[in-house]
Ligand binder design. Structure first.
Ligand code: FNR
Length: 362
């Protein structure tokens, strides 16, 4: 196998290995894919202000997320259908995350079940919840995640409808992909005459009337902490905090929903400003491909980051070992970035260690 030196190498190899429709499904974004590109490019406009002559002989990257100690502030974002990448699917990704000492978020659209993942792979896990019209299904999913030991519910709030990903419109995904979270649930209302399979049914069941009152409702049906995934404005951050959420994930769904949203790294500070002092952690996902990106997000106020596509591509190339290696490479890159910036621990990564375009205008 070609020498892999960074997570983007996995994308190149995955492109050669995966069927085109699967690669396109994983890699693609909505419409013109402007946000997809901007998520990555915006990181390159943030530069460092390192400090020197600081003892960095021991670097501590460990942190605590919702009270759970993890080895580094890099976690796995929820992404659909890992079995399209590798036959072991989400189980392999979860095992790799556990081996890396970090948290994996299982998608509602996973191809391994909630229970399969928790019984085969030890480790800390969150469950990503898509809210469906049928609230019985939602309750059952939450209950199953609780029973299987998942530690938090990350509710996706930026997808009242699915964004238009044109590659998927052209290619169509295999009809036989199995959404394991729905198996065994009461799907009696499914209109079998339409004949478009479970995936199409599940998509048609997304509740586009979802609103803040439903976040409150979720808090009444579970004791698990609730994170909202997909907030990018101060206004929504304020409401989320008033609702008592346990955390906010600044996300634009990896550029797969509304196109022409700013990069998440460009939205982070306004959300952090709103959350500051209220002890509500803010996380970020979107476009993280380097340890330097992780450092920049932490300097701008994130408590941790999540990665999506790098996990899928590494899984496609080399299964569990690939994901483990991708997480290790990001960790090593963060470590060297910290050393070269004069930061021995995460608390040393302060706002003055980076300079953004806005700082230059001021
Ligand atoms: C996603 N994402 C996503 N989000 C979510 O809340 N539920 C889901 O089921 C999925 N599924 C999904 C599938 C695929 C193929 C991708 C690429 C993404 C979005 C994901 O959680 C995350 O927000 C982005 O992937 C982060 O951007 P990067 O790291 O992929 O650039």
């Amino acid at each position: 196998m070609a020498l892999i030196t960074n997570v983007s190498d996995y994308e190149e190899l995955a492109k050669q290995k995966l069927p085109k429709m699967v690669y396109d499904f994983y890699a693609g974004g909505a419409e013109d894919q402007w946000t997809l590109k901007e998520n990555k490019e915006a990181f390159s406009k943030i530069l460092f202000r390192p400090r020197v002559l600081i003892d960095v002989s021991h670097i501590d990257m460990s942190t605590s997320i919702l009270g759970y100690k993890i080895s580094m502030p890099i976690m796995v974002a929820p992404t659909a259908l890992h079995k399209l990448a590798h036959q072991e699917g989400e189980v392999a990704s979860a095992q790799a995350a556990a081996a890396a000492g970090t948290i994996m978020t299982l998608s509602s659209w996973s191809s391994c079940s909630i229970e399969e993942v928790s019984s085969i792979a030890p480790g800390l896990r969150f469950f990503q919840l898509s809210v469906f019209k049928d609230r019985d299904i939602v309750q059952q999913l939450v209950r199953r995640a609780e029973n299987a030991g998942y530690k938090a519910i990350a509710v996706t709030v930026d997808a009242p409808r699915l964004g238009r990903r044109e590659a998927d419109v052209r290619n169509r995904l295999p009809e036989n992909v199995v959404l394991k979270c729905f198996e065994g649930l009461d799907l009696s209302k499914m209109d079998k005459t339409k004949g478009s399979g479970l995936a199409a049914y599940a998509t048609s069941q997304i509740d586009s009337s979802l609103s803040w009152k439903d976040i409150k409702w979720l808090q009444t049906i579970t004791g698990l902490p609730i994170l909202v995934k997909g907030v990018i404005t101060a206004e929504d951050a304020r409401i989320a905090i008033e609702c008592g959420v346990a955390g906010i994930i600044v996300s634009n769904h990896g550029g797969r929903q509304l196109d022409y949203l700013p990069a998440t790294i460009s939205c982070l500070e306004e959300v952090v400003r709103e959350a500051k002092g209220r002890r509500v952690p803010v996380f970020l996902d979107g476009g993280i491909r380097r340890g330097t990106d992780v450092f920049k997000a932490l300097a701008l106020g994130a408590s941790g980051v999540f990665i999506g596509r790098p996990v899928l591509f590494a899984l496609a190339v080399d299964g569990r070992a690939g994901v483990r290696n991708a997480l290790r490479m990001l960790r090593d890159e963060l470590e060297i970035t910290m050393a070269l910036s004069g930061c021995a621990s995460l608390k040393d990564i302060t706002r003055d260690r980076v300079i953004t375009e806005r700082d230059m205008i001021r």
